[in-house]
Design a protein around this ligand. Structure first.
Ligand SMILES: N[C@@H](CCC(=O)N[C@@H](CS)C(=O)NCC(=O)O)C(=O)O
Length: 209
C-alpha cells in the first residue's frame, strides 16, 4: 500500500492532482469514485464532507481543494523541487490563489450564465470576467512560467485552469494562454497523467455500455 491515497474520478478536476502526483513521482493508490454512488457514500463523506473529488490522504491527514493539494504535495516532497524558492514565493502564492479564487469564480459564474453588473463587480473578487482573464494573460505573456523561468507546482494548477478553459472555450483562446499551454502539455508527467485518466475513462465507458 502506498503512502498516498488519491480519491478521484477521471472526468473531474482530479486530473489536475493526477498530473501533480506524476510530477512528484511518489507511488500512490487511486480510488475511482462514481459521481452518483461512492462519492455520496457515508464512508467518503468522512474523508470529504463536501462529497467532491479530488481528495488525498497522506500520513493520516486529508487534503482537499486542488490548489491546496498541489501546494501540499510540493511541500511534502521537496525532492521534486516544485515548491517555490524564496524569490519565487511572491509570484507562486499570488497566481496560485488568483487562479483558484478569481479565475475559477469568473469562469464558473460565466459558464453558469451569470455575470455581475459593473456596479456589483466591486463585491466580486474577480471584478469582471475580462479584467480577471486579461490580468492572468498579461502575466503569462511576460513570463515563461508563473514564477519566471522555472516550472513550479503553481504551473500545475494555473496551467490546468488555462488548458482546460481554452480547450472547452470557457476561457478565450488568447495567444499567451495557448503558448503557455503548449509549454506545459509537452511535460512527461502531464502526458502520463493524461494517459492514466484516459485509460480509466475508457474502462468506465466500456463498463457502462
Ligand atoms: N474546490 C474544489 C472543487 C471540487 C469539485 O467541484 N469537484 C467536482 C468534480 S470536477 C465534483 O466532485 N463534483 C461532484 C458533486 O459536487 O457532486 C477543488 O478545487 O478541488
Amino acid at each position: 500500500m502506498a503512502d498516498i491515497k488519491f480519491y478521484t474520478n477521471p472526468m473531474s478536476r482530479g486530473q489536475i492532482v493526477r498530473w501533480m502526483l506524476e510530477e512528484v513521482g511518489q507511488s500512490y493508490d487511486t480510488e475511482v469514485l462514481d459521481y452518483a454512488s461512492s462519492m455520496k457514500s457515508e464512508a467518503y463523506a468522512k474523508i470529504n464532507p463536501m462529497m467532491k473529488v479530488p481528495a488525498i490522504v497522506h500520513r493520516g491527514k486529508v487534503v482537499t481543494e486542488c490548489a491546496g493539494i498541489i501546494a501540499y504535495l510540493a511541500d511534502a516532497f521537496p525532492e521534486a523541487d516544485l515548491a517555490p524558492r524564496d524569490d519565487e514565493k511572491a509570484d507562486y502564492y499570488r497566481w496560485l490563489f488568483f487562479a483558484a479564487g478569481p479565475i475559477e469564480q469568473a469562469v464558473t459564474n460565466k459558464s453558469a450564465g451569470f455575470e455581475p453588473t459593473a456596479e456589483k463587480g466591486r463585491m466580486f473578487g474577480y471584478g469582471n470576467f475580462d479584467l480577471a482573464v486579461n490580468t492572468l494573460a498579461d502575466h503569462l505573456a511576460a513570463h515563461t512560467y508563473v514564477c519566471g523561468d522555472r516550472f513550479t507546482a503553481a504551473d500545475v494548477y494555473v496551467g490546468s485552469q488555462v488548458m482546460w478553459g481554452t480547450q472547452f472555450a470557457t476561457l478565450p483562446a488568447l495567444q499567451p494562454f495557448l503558448d503557455y499551454g503548449a509549454r506545459l502539455s509537452s511535460r512527461d508527467a502531464y502526458q502520463r497523467g493524461k494517459q492514466i485518466d484516459g485509460k480509466l475513462i475508457a474502462e468506465l465507458q466500456a463498463a457502462a455500455s
